[in-house]
Design a protein around this ligand. Sequence first.
Ligand SMILES: CC(C)(COP(=O)(O)OP(=O)(O)OC[C@H]1O[C@@H](n2cnc3c(N)ncnc32)[C@H](O)[C@@H]1OP(=O)(O)O)[C@@H](O)C(=O)NCCC(=O)NCCS
Length: 354
Amino acid sequence: MNTPDAAASEHTRGSSRITPPATGAEASILGLGAYRPRRVVSNEQLVERIDSTDQWIRTRSGIVTRRFADEDETVAAMSVAASRQALAEAGIDADQLDCVIVATVSHLLQTPSVAAQITHELGATPAAAFDVSAACAGFCYGVSLAADMVRAGSARHVLVIGVERLSDLLDLTDRSTAFIFADGAGAAIVGPSDEPGIGPVVWGSDGERFDLIRQETPWPVDPDPGEEPDPDGIKGAHVLRMEGSPVFRWASFEMAKVAQRTLEATGLTVDDLDLFVPHQANMRITDVMARALGLPPHVVIARDIAEQGNTSAASVPLALRRLVEDGSARRGDLALLIAFGAGLVYAAQVVRMP
Ligand SMILES: CC(C)(COP(=O)(O)OP(=O)(O)OC[C@H]1O[C@@H](n2cnc3c(N)ncnc32)[C@H](O)[C@@H]1OP(=O)(O)O)[C@@H](O)C(=O)NCCC(=O)NCCS
């Protein structure tokens, strides 16, 4: 048996070489999927509690209806449904996934990740699995991570899910949030391709404005475990609050600059684009950004918010999927994605449509 001294004399510290990871291929989105909850909720159903009108909501946000999930439409269940559609479109099986990334802020358990549960339910175990907390920018963060993994060789196929059940975090008497936020799931398979299908990401954060969209208090810790928790009190404590006007100004003007920088980083101009798919935050924000960018008339602008509401991390993949379903997007089209939200955080990239 080696004594520590004998072992030390045969070993030169730090001299062995680490085998580098295999380098991968170019990365593209290979398939998209969506799940929209069954329950359609009209403006009329919400206005009484917020002293508003259908007309005000339509003109100030562009929202006509939204979807709220029923009890069985959990974060995991909606994600699994969207993912199965994305897998089918990509033509791969769940056991070919190497990693599952779930972007969400409305999975109400801090741990374990919902990504691990979804991976199991899909039959993708032992794929790596983790959640991303980047609010409405989460899906674009996930696509960027996935593309880097495929290019670096640490994964071949990555499932990126954006999913929210924001109705669980809504105060339906709050006039700046009750009519905006909604539920749903979207999914994308990112995998290898001959040509680059996902351009460079432009992303960032501005934590000085962390309090513009936030949960007002941390998840409540029951001070007296002997007492029954008060369900209304718990709900009251963790709902989402938003300072609508400063968010509106920031999103409308700062995000157009991020979109412009993204085009420059990708070596494209607005004339090269076929589709513009911004986070579905508010139709007026979309219109201001489109004008600031000077989008030519041939660029199709995603307007999924009208029927879906603002679904945070799910909004970009849901909007992409609608463009595929209604025939506005064709295989090979170039789409500029940009998403932004609580943090504040943002991310944008150009992708080629599967
Ligand atoms: C929430 C939002 C629609 C409010 O629109 P707005 O034009 O900024 O509204 P303001 O808060 O400036 O209020 C304007 C007026 O409408 C009223 N108002 C506000 N909310 C209202 C509502 N739900 N119904 C009717 N009236 C409302 C205000 O009282 C105010 O009335 P006044 O002019 O008589 O004082 C808008 O700020 C917004 O979309 N912000 C960004 C949302 C977003 O993108 N969030 C997600 C980012 S991820």
